[in-house]
Design a protein around this ligand. Structure first.
Ligand code: SIN
Length: 294
């Protein structure tokens, strides 16, 4: 079966039509279709599948065709589905918006997830778009002076800013947050990843993650005077990475499935839907050793 892939016309992203993922999940997505989707995913980095009537079982079955489930720390899962998290905001919620800062999912892990799937259950009539930023394009277009400043640098990642007891979603978080977040002292752990990485499937160089989950640069933080230098570099890099020219604005519809490639895009949630509920179910496509051994 040929799939119909329509590029967004923005810096990344495409819409895929011509598939009934519910039917396919019931009888097992065939290998040829999975290969086609994977190839479109690698090319466009973010794929949207509109008009998909998916159960939680279907969402899990789809996810598992692209890798193992990732390990989702700091979230509770929905009942009966340990690998699905609900990204939820009630109509009158006053808590700070979840995931409003640019990030690559769980980049603080030793083996961060390759991708994420998000399925729209309840979508507000206005607002609530998700922004993506193409980090391969950002690196390709980077001015030489900024490139020379990041060359060979290794970033220090941590979840502490969000999920530690004193983080954004920690002990002082607003009491009316409807998302089931589970802050923990585990969030203080750190993990190193190069700022520039080779995408394991496309072979392309890409920037990886961003200030937020990145809390410093290895070797620049030992001397207190250098902390500012690392911060300045990460801030300059942040401004470059998130420029509008590298972005794709995803506008949701109910029953739309989106999958993105965490290895080469950043993303962030946006608001603007006060008074309306928003609910999506999310799975992570874990680190897939198979695609790294060729
Ligand atoms: C996420 O980062 O998983 C959520 C994005 C969104 O709610 O738009």
């Amino acid at each position: 079966m040929g799939i119909d892939v329509v590029p967004s016309g923005q810096a990344c992203g495409a819409t895929v039509r011509g598939l009934d993922l519910h039917d396919m999940a019931q009888c097992g997505l065939d290998d040829a279709t999975v290969r086609e989707i994977r190839s479109a995913w690698l090319e466009h980095k973010v794929l949207a599948f509109p008009d998909q009537d998916l159960s939680d079982d279907d969402l899990e079955a789809f996810t598992l065709r692209f890798g193992p489930f990732g390990d989702d720390p700091f979230f509770a899962s929905i009942e009966g589905h340990p690998h699905i998290a609900a990204i939820r905001r009630t109509a009158n919620e006053t808590s700070s918006l979840f995931a409003e800062n640019w990030h690559a999912d769980w980049s603080f892990q030793e083996f961060p997830p390759d991708g994420t799937c998000l399925y729209a259950k309840t979508i507000p009539p206005v607002g609530g778009d998700t922004l993506f930023s193409n980090q391969q394009a950002a690196l390709e277009a980077m001015p030489a002076d900024l490139r020379s400043r990041i060359e060979g640098r290794v970033a220090i990642h941590s979840a502490r800013g969000g999920y530690a007891p004193d983080g954004t979603y920690g002990d002082d978080d607003d009491s009316d947050r409807s998302m089931q977040i589970r802050p923990s002292a585990d969030a203080y752990a750190t993990q190193l990843h190069p700022l520039v990485r080779i995408h394991p499937e496309t072979g392309a160089e890409t920037l990886y993650s961003v200030l937020g989950y990145i809390i410093g640069i290895d070797g620049m933080n030992d001397d207190p005077d250098d902390v500012d230098e690392a911060r300045t570099l990460l801030t300059d890099l942040y401004h470059w990475q998130t420029r509008e020219e590298f972005q794709y604005r995803h506008v949701w519809e109910p029953e739309m499935l989106v999958m993105w490639d965490n290895r080469c895009v950043l993303h962030r949630a946006t608001g603007g839907y006060e008074g309306h509920e928003r609910l999506l179910h999310r799975t992570t496509i874990g680190y897939n050793a198979d695609v790294r051994t060729g």
